[in-house]
Design a protein around this ligand. Structure first.
Ligand code: SF4
Ligand code: SF4
Length: 447
């Protein structure tokens, strides 16, 4: 059948596909654009996470098919799979599948963090630099995550009702599993035979950019990548949960302006005006006086490398950058009306290659070496007693419920949606059952 872009875009919107790599940007918007190159972000650069590798290993055809569909939709002549060269067997498999397609190739990335940052990935694979504050489309590229293209390839059969997650860290049987959206992390951890520590907490996502969750009843959503279970007193948890007052007070007195945070910053190394050491300097001033220093945080992608790796004093430049951005937002200052918009981006730093942070070294620094293990795929048919489907699972407008308490629903049925003109897409029930509760945050379905 002939490919129809309009119908395809409608199909992936209706299937509720959003970026599954963390941000949750509705995929139909990307599919509706025009681009020269589709890049598959297969770097999976967050330490310990394995779910993208598992999807590529077990569902290679679907992944390639998803790239092909997206290429047709945006009119791209070229598809590039950006994957770390250490995954030799996987690359062999992908290359075998790519041989059937003339215009899709594999690009082998080094094992550094953050190889999967869109700006880094686009530069590595195409040598194009996305201008500060712009998106990959500005240089003719569309970037998508592995699970997103997998979902695209299934969009004519099923909406997004299941999620691949890696459950690892202090659990008895680290695994990668596919679970119904809306189950709790606690249930996923139980499948992995429980935890190995007292007072377990989780990091929702990778150890670098993920958030600490103390309540393991937290739901799995369309954007969940996995959970890393650690003891509540693990140094990484302590570091990630420092309060604003504490890190600002310590940062003010202990930062010696060595600028290591800036010198290793991946966006600075690409030639952007991100200078976290300047944001650290802002701690010495009041909000108005600190404005000029704060503006150097506007292009920070919050990769956490400065806070969790580069700073020799173990300070929190990333968190200070986030605080700086919040201060500027209150003053209604964004990239476009800031001083940094006047600074022309430079060429990538001549030492960029030598300043890439090897993931093994990063894992050691994070105190996670003991947990750097495989998390093999465990395929199981889990039938939860209930699920809680969050109404807000993507960037854009939150969905509004279209079911009420007591309604019978089927797996795959739309239960909340946004208006057609709004940015967003529907959410679906992930099980057959009855609506138990509807509130401003979630819809509970009892199986
Ligand atoms: S690396 Fe640490 S001590 Fe050095 S400038 Fe940055 S925050 Fe300050
Ligand atoms: S978190 Fe730090 S290293 Fe990462 S982009 Fe922001 S300033 Fe740079």
């Amino acid at each position: 059948m002939e490919f129809n872009k309009e119908n395809f875009v409608k199909q992936i919107r209706k299937a509720g596909i959003v970026g599954s790599g963390g941000a949750g940007f509705p995929t139909y918007v990307k599919a509706n654009s025009q681009a020269e190159i589709v890049i598959l972000n297969a770097a999976e650069c967050e330490p310990l996470l394995r779910k993208d590798q598992i999807i590529m290993e077990f569902f290679t055809e679907e992944v390639i098919n998803g790239i092909k569909l997206l290429m047709k939709s945006v009119g791209a002549k070229k598809g590039i799979i950006g994957i770390k060269k250490k995954h030799e067997k996987l690359i062999e498999k992908l290359e075998k599948e790519c041989r059937k397609e003339e215009n899709i190739s594999v690009f082998k990335l080094g094992d550094f963090y953050p190889a999967g940052d869109e700006f880094c990935l686009v530069y590595e694979t195409t040598k194009r630099i996305i201008p500060p504050g712009e998106i990959p489309l500005s240089v003719g590229c569309v970037v998508n995550n592995v699970e997103t293209v997998y979902n695209i390839s299934l969009s004519n059969k099923t909406p997004v009702v299941e999620k691949f997650i890696t459950v690892t860290g202090a659990v008895k049987k680290p695994s990668t599993i596919k679970v119904p959206i809306g189950i709790s992390y606690k249930e996923a951890i139980e499948f992995c035979q429980g935890t190995t520590v007292k007072n377990p907490v989780g990091i929702d996502g990778g150890p670098m950019m993920g958030k600490v969750i103390t309540d393991l009843e937290t739901q799995v959503t369309k954007t969940s990548a996995g959970i890393i279970v650690l003891a509540a007193d693990h140094p990484l948890i302590k570091k990630k949960t420092q309060g604003v007052e504490q890190f600002s007070r310590i940062g003010k007195s202990a930062c010696d302006q060595c600028s290591f945070c800036t010198e290793f910053c991946p966006r600075y190394l690409l030639g952007h005006s991100v200078q976290p050491h300047r944001s650290m300097r802002s701690l010495l001033f009041n909000p108005k006086e600190s404005k000029i220093h704060n503006e150097y945080s506007l292009l920070c992608c919050e990769c956490s490398l400065c806070s969790l790796y580069s700073c020799p004093e173990n300070l929190n430049p990333k968190e200070v950058c986030v605080k700086s951005k919040n201060n500027l937002r209150e003053m209604k200052i964004g990239i476009k009306n800031s001083a940094v918009s006047q600074i022309k981006p430079k060429e990538p730093h001549p030492l960029r290659e030598f300043r890439k942070v090897p993931v093994k070294k990063l894992i050691k620094k994070l105190g996670l070496s003991d947990y750097d293990k495989p998390a093999p795929y465990s395929n199981f048919d889990y039938k939860p007693e209930k699920v809680k489907i969050l109404l807000s699972q993507h960037i854009g407008v939150s969905t509004k419920p279209i079911v009420k308490k007591g309604d019978a629903v089927k797996k795959g049925q739309i239960i909340a949606d946004v208006e057609e003109k709004e940015l967003g897409c529907p959410v679906h029930s992930s099980i057959d059952g009855t609506v138990g509760e509807v509130n401003f945050k979630y819809i509970e379905i009892i199986g």
